[in-house]
Design a protein around this ligand. Structure first.
Ligand SMILES: Cc1cc2nc3c(=O)[nH]c(=O)nc-3n(C[C@H](O)[C@H](O)[C@H](O)COP(=O)(O)O)c2cc1C
Length: 414
């Protein structure tokens, strides 16, 4: 009897993916990092945050990447970020990781330091590669202090410690946030990084800190945990990080042995990550697909594409063509926690995406980013309480919520 021939299976959203470290994602849909702002005032993850990840864990995603967790309690991206710098909250961190993983999702903690865009004007002492304010008003009323070489050594130790704690607590790995204009992304940017020592001046010097952090983190978490990096394809700013240099960084990260590169772009000044400059790529649905395709031609590094992806047909198409390996979704998970299960079941309609209120005035970009965060934070609470489809609060409640969280943070700072 002739042997049965098996048709090679096309890669689609429901295909598993084994990463270089040996961990297998059960499918190709990832919840991208979204800052939940559900930490306690002392930096511990709250029970609401754990419930939110239980809901997302039931929602079928192959990979759940947490919102950014701070490596240093002196520097927050937003009020109520979780901070992980020692083992005092390890049990709560473990409960958080397990809540997400209970139904088979792989959970990864994103770790971050905001650098010069630490919450301002409430933040005591922002730091950055150079003593240069960002151009966006609202996050930068205090001029940052340029980090010394000793500070950089401390920063590297902190990244490694937070990563080790995350894995010890029960996360499958970490994602180093090197995108969106935070500290590591500031080092990569010729605009923000005007140092004249070995951490600035040339592309190799600008990427030195990121590569050192990646090496330290790998040493801290070992070869069998996931080490991912989120990188800007470009900053979309004059004299910011450009695509050609970003591709070189991606190759260096591949050499450094990371498991998954998430491609994004932009910062508070030009929020390309949520579509601010997407007009030219609208026909593609995904904001950063062209970059991923270029990278794929010269690299086998597992790639995750995040930003604007919404339809099942598009996802399966880019996966089948091999341009990327994982599809990252952010905002859809903030209105429909089960979105991955629906996509895996074959639902073809894009998720109906209510959007956050915006101030329609020039120069309001950073304020609008803040409103977006507050609006999403309200949704996260609803999902944690069990809602399956949320439509988001109105403009007034969003403004009030943003004001309350900023004030709460301020009271704990002074
Ligand atoms: C409320 C909110 C919070 C976010 N927080 C983070 C974060 O902590 N870390 C990060 O890398 N990206 C963050 N992002 C960006 C998302 O990960 C993602 O790159 C972006 O939303 C584009 O994907 P989408 O079009 O599917 O939403 C955030 C986005 C939103 C809307």
């Amino acid at each position: 009897m002739p042997a049965k021939t098996r048709k090679p299976r096309t890669v689609a959203v429901d295909s598993p993916l084994t990463l270089p470290c040996g961990i297998t994602l059960p499918n190709r849909i990832a919840k991208a990092a979204m800052s939940e702002q559900l930490g306690e005032l002392d930096g511990a993850p709250s029970q609401t945050l754990t419930r939110l990840y239980s809901a997302w864990g039931r929602g079928g995603a192959g990979l759940l990447i947490t919102g950014n967790v701070m490596i240093d309690r002196r520097a927050y991206v937003e009020p109520r970020n979780v901070t992980l710098e020692d083992d005092r909250h390890l049990e709560a961190v473990g409960n958080w990781a397990r809540a997400g993983a209970r139904e088979g999702s792989v959970t990864v903690m994103q770790i971050n330091h905001p650098g010069r865009v630490a919450v301002g004007p409430l933040h005591r002492r922002p730091v950055g590669p150079s003593a240069l304010r960002p151009q966006a008003v609202g996050f930068n009323l205090r001029r940052p202090r340029a980090l010394s070489l000793d500070d950089l050594a401390d920063l590297r130790r902190r990244c490694a410690r937070t990563a080790e704690l995350a894995v010890r607590a029960g996360f499958a790995g970490v994602q180093v946030h090197a995108a969106h204009g935070y500290l590591l992304s500031q080092f990569l940017s010729p605009l923000a990084n005007q140092r004249t020592d070995e951490y600035g001046g040339t592309p190799e010097n600008r990427r030195r800190l990121l590569l050192e952090v990646v090496a330290d983190v790998r040493r801290a978490i070992g070869p069998t945990a996931i080490l991912s990096v989120k990188l800007n394809s470009a900053d979309f700013q004059r004299r910011g990080l450009e695509e050609a240099e970003s591709l070189e960084i991606a190759f260096a990260l591949e050499q450094a042995g990371i498991d998954l590169l998430e491609v994004s772009g932009g910062n508070y000044e030009t929020p390309a990550m949520t579509g601010a400059v997407a007009d030219s790529t609208r026909e593609h649905e995904a904001y950063f697909l062209r970059y991923a395709e270029q990278l794929r031609q010269r690299s086998a590094l597992p790639l995750m594409l995040t930003g604007g992806v919404r339809t099942l047909d598009f996802m399966n198409d880019v996966l089948a063509h091999g341009a990327v390996d994982v599809i990252g979704l952010g905002r859809p998970f903030a209105v429909q926690p089960d979105i991955a299960a629906d996509l895996l079941a074959g639902t073809r309609e894009p998720v109906a995406l209510p959007t956050a209120p915006r101030l329609p005035i020039p120069g309001a970009t950073p304020i609008n980013s803040y409103l977006q965060l507050a609006w999403h934070a309200a949704n996260f609470r609803r999902i944690a309480a069990g809602e399956k489809q949320v439509s988001g609060p109105g403009a007034v409640r969003t403004l009030v919520a943003a004001g309350i969280t900023v004030t709460a943070r301020a009271l704990t700072q002074f």
